[in-house]
Design a binder for this molecule. Structure first.
Ligand code: BT5
Length: 332
């Protein structure tokens, strides 16, 4: 687990309140009721966690820089959401955030619970494929959603997640990303994020859904060399500089909450024009793999439920509910 000790959190709070200024070691020791070597020990622990803390005899300690960590203390105080991520579960390393969120769901965790990790050792894609989750570079998160949805509607959550990510990347970073139906976000034609939605249902309605998303943020080219089913990239590779993951996470959560609430009120069909506007495949000749079938055709549009309408070479139109787009005309 990735929890920071209460005394360390208190020291951090005091250093942040005095950002730019030195805080005396004696003062810290007195305030916290611990010895000066005790303060020093906690300061060193914070340094190991990536906090840059300057120390000078007689002056004390000064916070110089905070790490780009997704720990609770760096995210929760800055949340702008109404209901999302207020229950915040941070893990330095975990098998899969989706597995952890599914477990929390069964134990009764609340709507909007967020699980986020710095590293996954068993990150999953669809059909149990592997999701490479390089430590401290990406964002690996799962959101627990408790609104009962008709079972056939649940896959649409992936569209809402990818739409929120694409919109956020543009608004916050000026990045033009696109959605490769049904669950990928591409930048310059390469996969930068993938979504995995898992649900538990009672008959026709979901009891809960977990929407997991993996975002390649600061990976170097070496860190995301495949072999992958589709060319991969990271935000940093495409924009040419490192991006604060904290900002990506906070802004994504705000955008997803807005889009999810809109989706609940109005349904996917109202959001379809936006989804189409950001589509990587619309109007292009693509190849879709559905089980052991491969269908080639022009992506003509989406049904109000989000299925893909494909005009095949033989002139017949086919409605594809699930599959993998393995090739897009003119792709990298
Ligand atoms: C996905 O599956 O794209 C969904 C990925 C969801 C990952 C998140 S991370 C948080 C949460 N917890 C989990 O355990 N999972 C979710 P799919 O469309 O099936 O694509 C999987 C394929 O993408 C793999 O077979 C690889 O070819 C490729 N791939 C693996 N890691 C990648 C990466 N980091 N970037 C780009 N492509 C990758």
């Amino acid at each position: 687990m990735g929890s920071t000790k209460p005394t360390q959190l208190e020291i951090l709070k005091i250093l942040k309140q005095n950002e730019g200024n030195f805080v005396s070691g004696v003062g810290l020791a007195e305030r916290l009721g611990i010895s000066r070597p005790g303060v020093w020990k906690h300061i060193n622990r914070l340094r190991e966690m990536g906090y840059e803390i300057q120390s000078q005899s007689r002056l004390g300690y000064r916070l110089v820089a905070v790490p780009d960590s997704l720990a609770r203390e760096e995210i929760v105080p800055h949340l702008k959401t109404q209901w999302l991520a207020h229950s915040y579960h941070y893990l330095r390393t975990i098998g899969s955030t989706n597995d952890h969120a599914l477990l929390l769901a069964v134990e009764g965790a609340s709507h909007g619970t967020l699980v986020v990790a710095e590293e996954q050792t068993k990150g999953r894609g669809r059909l149990r494929r592997e999701w490479i989750s390089y430590p401290n570079r990406g964002i690996y998160l799962s959101i627990l959603l408790r609104n009962p949805l008709p079972v056939r509607v649940a896959p649409q959550l992936a569209y809402i997640g990818s739409l929120a990510l694409v919109k956020m990347l543009y608004e916050e970073f000026g990045i033009t990303a696109s959605i490769k139906w049904p669950n990928d976000v591409l930048i310059n034609g390469r996969k930068a994020a993938g979504i995995l939605t898992e649900t538990q249902s009672d008959q026709d309605f979901t009891r809960f859904s977990v929407m997991g998303i993996g975002i390649n943020v600061n990976h170097s080219r070496e860190e995301i060399t495949g072999p992958f089913r589709y060319p991969a990239t990271s935000i940093a590779i495409e924009v040419g500089f490192a991006v604060k993951r904290q900002r990506v996470l906070l802004q994504f959560l705000s955008q997803f909450e807005r889009d999810y609430d809109h989706f609940l009120q109005k349904g996917l069909s109202v959001m379809l024009p936006e989804f189409e506007a950001h589509s990587e495949v619309l109007g292009k000749i693509i190849t879709v793999v559905c089980g052991d079938r491969e269908i080639m055709g022009r992506a003509q549009g989406f049904t109000p439920e989000g299925a893909l309408l494909l005009l095949r070479e033989d002139g017949l139109q086919e409605t594809v509910w699930a599959g993998d787009v393995s090739h897009v005309e003119g792709a990298v």
